[in-house]
Ligand binder design. Structure first.
Ligand SMILES: [Ca+2]
Ligand SMILES: [Ca+2]
Ligand SMILES: [Ca+2]
Ligand SMILES: [Ca+2]
Length: 385
C-alpha cells in the first residue's frame, strides 16, 4: 500500500511537472511567437502584444539601427534632404518577423524637435504591411509610445585597396609629366600609389586618387568624422625636396551635392631652398591653396572653404600616418582624396618623381545629433475584416 501510494504521488508530481512546463512554454510562446488564436483576437491581448513588440524594439536599439541615417539627415539638412526609405523597409522587416503571421500593422513615427514651447513634431515615416484605403481592420488596437534615443549609432569602415584594377568609386585627378598618375601596387603589398613630377620647372603638379564616399558608404556625417591612413613616402634621387602629401576630405555643408569645405591634412618634405604647395583636389580641383616654406605652414591664409592641418614632416623611405578628425560641423562627407603635390622642377621619365604608397585606410563616424531625441511612435495592429 505504501509503495502504491508512493507511486501515485510520483505520478501526481510528474503530471504537475508537465503542467508547469507546458504553462511556462505557453507563456514564453505568448511573448516570442504569438499564434493567431481566439485569445490573440481579444483586443487586450493585441494591446499587450503591441507593447511587447515596442519594448523589444527599444531593448534591441531597433529604432537607432534602422532610422539613424534618416533622422540625422532630416535634422542636419533642416528638412532640405529627402533620405531614402531603406531604414523604414528594414523596420518593416523587423516587424514582419516579430509579429504573428496574418497580423496587420501600421507604425507612424515622429520625432520631437526642440525644447519647451518650441517643440515641433516632425513626421519621420511609416512602416506598414497593409494599405488602410484597401483594407479595413475589424479588431485593432492603437497605442502611442515615446522613446528617447540614448545612444548614437556608430559605424566604421576599413579599405585595404586590394583591387586588381581601380574600381569605379576611385577616380583620379592628375597634372604632371609622363609618369604622373595613380597606380595600384602589385602583390603582395597591394595599395594605391600616387606618383607625381611637376608639369614644368615653374608650375606645380599633382596626382590624386579620389574615393567616392557617398556612393560606397552612404550618408556619412561630417561632424566628428575620424580617419587614418598610412603612407610610405619615396622618391627618385633627382627629385628636389619640395614635396607635399595630403589627404583631403570634402564636405557638403548645405546638402546641395557639391563640396563646400575641403579639409586638408598634410605632411611635407621641404628643404630650406625650396617651397611646397597645397592644392585643392575636391572643392576647386587643381587650384593652388597656398605655398609654404621649409617651415611647413601656409605663407598666406587658405581661402574660403579650405581648412588645412599640418601633420609634420616626412622623410624619404619613411612610413607615416595621416589621421584626422573633422570638427562638429553640419553636412556630410562626399569624397576623400589621397594626393601628392610636387611644387616644381621636372625631369623626363622616373627622374624627378616622388610618390606615396597609401594603404589601410580606416574611417569611423556616428550620428551624434540624434542622441537624446524623443521619438513618438503610433502603432496600430489588428486583423483584416
Ligand atoms: Ca619634388
Ligand atoms: Ca554644397
Ligand atoms: Ca619625371
Ligand atoms: Ca619633381
Amino acid at each position: 500500500m505504501a509503495v502504491k501510494r508512493k507511486g501515485q504521488l510520483r505520478l501526481v508530481e510528474a503530471v504537475l511537472a508537465v503542467f508547469m512546463t507546458v504553462a511556462v512554454l505557453l507563456m514564453v510562446m505568448g511573448f516570442t511567437r504569438p499564434l493567431r488564436s481566439p485569445y490573440i483576437r481579444e483586443t487586450s491581448d493585441l494591446r499587450r502584444l503591441a507593447y511587447n513588440v515596442l519594448s523589444a524594439m527599444a531593448q534591441a536599439s531597433t529604432f537607432e539601427n534602422t532610422l539613424s541615417e534618416r533622422i540625422w539627415a532630416i535634422l542636419d539638412s533642416r528638412g532640405g534632404w529627402q533620405p531614402s526609405d531603406a531604414g523604414l523597409r528594414d523596420l518593416e522587416l523587423f516587424l514582419s518577423l516579430s509579429l504573428p503571421p496574418g497580423l496587420l500593422y501600421r507604425m507612424d513615427i515622429y520625432f520631437l524637435n526642440g525644447t519647451g514651447r518650441g517643440v515641433e513634431r516632425v513626421y519621420l515615416g511609416t512602416a506598414k504591411n497593409y494599405d488602410a484605403e484597401m483594407t479595413k481592420l475589424t479588431e485593432a488596437e492603437s497605442i502611442t509610445f515615446t522613446y528617447t534615443i540614448t545612444g548614437a549609432k556608430q559605424l566604421s569602415f576599413a579599405e585595404r585597396f586590394n583591387f586588381s584594377a581601380l574600381p569605379w568609386f576611385i577616380t583620379t585627378l592628375t597634372s604632371g609629366t609622363s609618369n604622373t598618375g595613380v597606380y595600384l601596387s602589385g602583390p603582395p603589398n597591394i595599395g594605391l600609389i600616387t606618383q607625381v613630377d611637376s608639369i614644368s620647372d615653374s608650375t606645380y603638379g599633382y596626382a590624386a586618387a579620389i574615393y567616392d564616399v557617398q556612393s560606397t558608404l552612404g550618408l556619412v556625417p561630417a561632424a566628428g568624422f575620424t580617419f587614418c591612413v598610412t603612407g610610405s613616402y619615396n622618391k627618385e634621387a633627382n627629385d628636389r625636396n619640395n614635396n607635399v602629401a595630403q589627404v583631403s576630405v570634402g564636405v557638403d555643408t548645405d546638402w546641395d551635392g557639391t563640396i563646400d569645405v575641403e579639409y586638408i591634412f598634410y605632411r611635407y618634405d621641404i628643404s630650406s631652398t625650396y617651397n611646397g604647395s597645397l592644392v585643392s583636389i575636391l572643392r576647386n580641383p587643381g587650384s593652388l591653396i597656398c605655398r609654404m616654406s621649409s617651415s611647413g605652414s601656409c605663407a598666406a591664409a587658405p581661402g574660403t572653404g579650405f581648412r588645412v592641418f599640418g601633420l609634420g614632416r616626412m622623410s624619404v623611405g619613411g612610413t607615416y600616418s595621416w589621421c584626422g578628425k573633422l570638427p562638429y560641423t553640419s553636412g556630410r562627407v562626399l569624397k576623400i582624396a589621397f594626393a601628392t603635390v610636387d611644387d616644381r622642377y621636372s625631369a623626363s621619365g622616373l627622374q624627378g618623381d616622388f610618390w606615396v604608397f597609401w594603404d589601410d585606410f580606416l574611417a569611423s563616424w556616428s550620428f551624434e545629433n540624434i542622441r537624446g531625441l524623443t521619438l513618438e511612435v503610433l502603432l496600430t495592429i489588428g486583423y483584416a475584416g
